[in-house]
Design a protein. Structure first.
Length: 430
């Protein structure tokens, strides 16, 4: 019954979107990074026109995304300081920007798509549903992207490190990879010829769930990594800022498989921790991590939903217990903590009070950590009176129900309207 519930959530999300007929896919080899990359972060490796096949259905009317798309590969820097090719898509709005000043740009970080290359947002924006040998990808972020384009805001979407590209496993919640990829997507967008954005354009960061983590990471890394960008604000919805907290809630839920994504992604940078974990896995666990490494979120819901990570280990201990007990694994997880640096821009942290996937407490703690450092924080708790039993409903609903107010908050920042921090009231809020 629980797996059926998870499948229904995916089906309802996809049913809200309408796919257009298939068009030509990327040129052969587009997603294969070259051996030699440009020296500068954000430098464009290659680009090509891309068909936007996605559309949304609003009040009974099907509406195409109001923009023209360019598929990108650009250079970024991974968690160990090496150059990496990252793909994504820039969307030039066909609608005018009616606000003040230059047309804004939003660097958009998608929520969890999966770990297989077919899950890349740049692929699902072509047709909503992507089906190939590696799995099936769903473009459930399309309504959020539509909301920005409909305001005349340019959007650049990152595929993240290793998602889409063929050279490595997607690094998922690896903090530096997420933040760097999002900031370098903005840099790449500003370098594209023939667009309506340039160095004068105010830039916002936007993301929910995995995307919220990427937006939060980018916001606090920007002062040192990308100080030249004209950043004005960052929206971080349901950010996985402390993976230990997320392990408590995700394990045993419909999205247990994201634990596999996280460890597959992080531990490629921590060989000692990876070797240790491999000694702890039983055959079921070894197969689970291998299987999810090529899946999109739909398959992972069906194959790993409501499993317990304790069933993946020789000792019967959970991944949380193992990661806490082993020094190398604990350090690998701790290194992904967001909130240790101070953002220089206003940030909104949104979290459902009974989020059953990305723990509420650790998201609120991110807001508290930033407030303690003197950041301009708008903390938004979405009160949820009832639990949703690990189905992911309490995690998913705010992603859609809060699109309009969250985007309006960001638009205000892009137009220079000062934010109102509520750090002083944080302790009294849920």
């Amino acid at each position: 019954m629980r797996r059926l519930t998870a499948a229904i959530v995916v089906a309802l999300t996809v049913a809200a979107l309408t796919a257009a007929p298939a068009h030509a896919a990327a040129a052969p080899g587009f997603y294969d990074p070259p051996v030699t990359l440009p020296d500068d972060n954000g430098a464009i490796v290659r680009s090509e026109p891309m068909h936007l096949g996605a559309s949304v259905r609003i009040t009974g009317t099907t509406r195409a995304l109001p923009g023209t798309a360019t598929r990108l590969m650009y250079r970024s820097t991974d968690a160990v300081g090496s150059g990496v090719g990252v793909t994504g898509v820039y969307i030039e709005p066909t609608l005018p920007w009616r606000g003040s000043g230059a047309r804004p740009l939003v660097a958009f970080a998608a929520g969890t798509q999966g770990q297989g290359d077919s899950c890349a947002p740049s692929k699902s924006l072509e047709s909503v549903v992507v089906v190939d040998a590696d799995g099936t990808g769903f473009g459930y972020e399309i309504p959020s992207i539509y909301g920005l384009l409909s305001r005349g805001i340019a959007v650049v979407v990152t595929d993240y490190v290793g998602l889409g590209t063929t050279d490595r496993v997607h690094s998922y919640t690896t903090r530096l990879d997420m933040g760097h990829a999002l900031l370098d997507a903005a840099r790449a967008a500003l370098q594209l010829p023939g667009t309506s954005v340039d160095g004068r354009s105010p830039i916002g960061l936007y993301g929910y769930s995995q995307g919220g983590g990427a937006s939060a990471s980018a916001a606090e890394l920007a002062p040192s990594y990308a100080p030249e960008l004209n950043l004005r604000g960052a929206y971080a919805g349901a950010p996985p800022a402390d993976l230990f907290g997320v392990l408590k809630t995700a394990d045993g839920s419909s999205l247990t498989g994201v634990v596999g994504y996280a460890f597959n992604g992080i531990l490629q940078y921590y060989p000692e921790a990876k070797s240790f974990l491999q000694t702890q896995l039983n055959g079921t666990g070894t197969d689970a991590l291998r299987r999810v490494s090529t899946q999109c979120i739909g398959e992972t819901l069906l194959t790993a939903g409501f499993a317990s990570t304790s069933s993946w280990t020789r000792s019967g201990q959970s991944f949380l217990s193992i990661a806490t007990a082993d020094a190398a694994t604990r350090r690998a997880v701790e290194d992904q903590r967001i909130g240790t640096l101070r953002p220089a821009i206003p940030v909104q942290v949104l979290t459902g009070t009974r989020d059953d996937i990305v723990q509420h407490a650790q998201a609120k703690q991110l807001a508290a950590d930033w407030c303690a450092k003197g950041a301009d924080v708008t903390y938004v708790p979405v009160v949820q009176p009832l639990p949703s039993g690990g189905t992911g409903t309490n995690h998913l609903v705010p992603a859609f129900s809060r699109i309009a107010p969250s985007q309006q908050w960001l638009v205000d920042r892009l137009q220079g309207v000062p934010a109102t921090s509520n750090c002083g009231a944080l302790a009294a809020l849920p």
